[in-house]
Design a protein around this ligand. Structure first.
Ligand SMILES: NC(=O)c1ccc[n+]([C@@H]2O[C@H](COP(=O)([O-])OP(=O)(O)OC[C@H]3O[C@@H](n4cnc5c(N)ncnc54)[C@H](OP(=O)(O)O)[C@@H]3O)[C@@H](O)[C@H]2O)c1
Length: 330
């Protein structure tokens, strides 16, 4: 079988993880990288042994030698470059969050239909065996009746001039890390929230640095999460049912990029570890997309689900801003 040929646009901090993922794949190969700056593209290509370097994203999209594009740009550029890549006839893996508005996701959905190509959002954690096992246990009744889910994702953001602190670039901890517990809760519920509530601390540019949200699902499941840029590294999910609680200690970015996966079942005061395997979830993510392209399998994450996630994030953001008289509008 011919390998699917991948190109990266935006060789920044996260892109080397997709280099790693593809280096372990038999059906995909990384053949090109594009930067706004040709020298940066060349340096990245030399560092990772990539054949072709381009000094603009458009040049990469024009190349007939690229089948799949990985969009690893700051948030405000995701929708634009995903649509452009689809229009150029490429399949797309775009980093989370797929877009910053529902209208942008709709443009992506239309472009994917128009081009007959697949676009997926890069929520790697959905492909990890610990996530799949946690959803199975919760849905199969191992925890009893589900009451609520609680999620946490924070870290101290110290990089100077980081796009994540820029309100014009889709900055804010909700979009950067809060999107994970929101996605987790929606996927666990298997439904979309009918109500959301949120509170946030904004910095002086109007970007949320600490965010707390609550969601009510139509089946009664409650969800609560916090996220932030102003607290130490914290990552956890707890799913609470009438009989037991399941705690995931590294639910979003486990090994090889964080602590090993850890799933613990709590019944009363006793805890039992739940066996889960470890893998590179970025590799699972690229393989999932390549199966969809080559074999026609359903991707692990649909554009409709990504649309609903973006809609929920927008609603949470608006609610938090509406509660603050001094919060600049989004
Ligand atoms: N899935 C995950 O685990 C994970 C983890 C971290 C981040 N992410 C997501 O991945 C995306 C990229 O994150 P990152 O940390 O890699 O971002 P980054 O390093 O800040 O930026 C990525 C690249 O975007 C390009 N770029 C284009 N326009 C830019 C602009 N106006 N300002 C700054 N850079 C610009 C730059 O490449 P050139 O200038 O060379 O073209 C830059 O290297 C984000 O959406 C983030 O949410 C995902």
């Amino acid at each position: 079988m011919n390998q699917l040929r991948w190109g990266i646009i935006g060789p920044g901090r996260i892109a080397p993880r997709i280099v790693r993922a593809l280096s372990g794949s038999s059906r995909g190969a990384l053949v090109a990288v594009a930067s706004r700056d040709l020298e940066r593209a060349r340096a990245f290509a030399a560092n990772f042994g990539i054949g072709q370097a381009y000094g603009s994203y458009d040049e990469l999209l024009k190349s007939p030698e690229v089948d799949v594009v990985y969009v690893s740009l700051p948030n405000h550029l995701h929708a634009e470059w995903t649509v452009r890549a689809l229009d150029a006839g490429k399949h797309v893996l775009c980093e989370k969050p797929l877009a910053l508005t529902v209208e942008e996701v709709d443009m992506i959905i239309e472009a994917a239909h128009r081009a007959g190509r697949i676009a997926v959002e890069g929520f790697t954690y959905l492909h990890h065996p610990q996530t799949i096992r946690a959803f199975e246990l919760a849905r199969d009744g191992a925890l009893g009746t589900l009451e609520f889910v609680r999620g946490t994702f924070s870290f101290m953001l110290t990089y100077p001039n980081d796009p994540r602190t820029d309100p014009e670039m889709g900055g804010g901890s909700l979009w950067d890390v809060g999107c994970y517990p929101v996605s987790f809760a929606r996927n666990l519920a298997g439904a979309e929230p009918e109500e959301v509530r949120a509170f946030a601390r904004f910095d002086d540019r109007g970007v949320d640095r600490t965010f707390i949200g609550q969601l009510l699902f139509p089946n009664g499941l409650l969800a609560q999460f916090d996220c932030g840029f102003a607290a130490p590294d914290r990552e956890e999910v707890e799913i609470v049912g009438s009989d037991a609680a399941l705690v995931l200690g590294a639910p979003f970015l486990p090994a090889p990029d964080g602590p090993p996966p850890s799933v613990t079942m709590w019944r009363g005061r006793s805890s039992t570890p739940v066996e889960v395997s470890s893998l590179d979830q970025y590799q699972a993510e690229v393989e999932d997309l390549m199966s969809a392209i080559v074999e026609g399998t359903a991707p692990g994450l649909t554009l409709e689900s990504s649309r609903a996630n973006v809609a929920t994030l927008v609603a949470l953001d608006h609610d938090a801003r509406a509660r603050r008289h001094d919060a600049p509008s989004a």
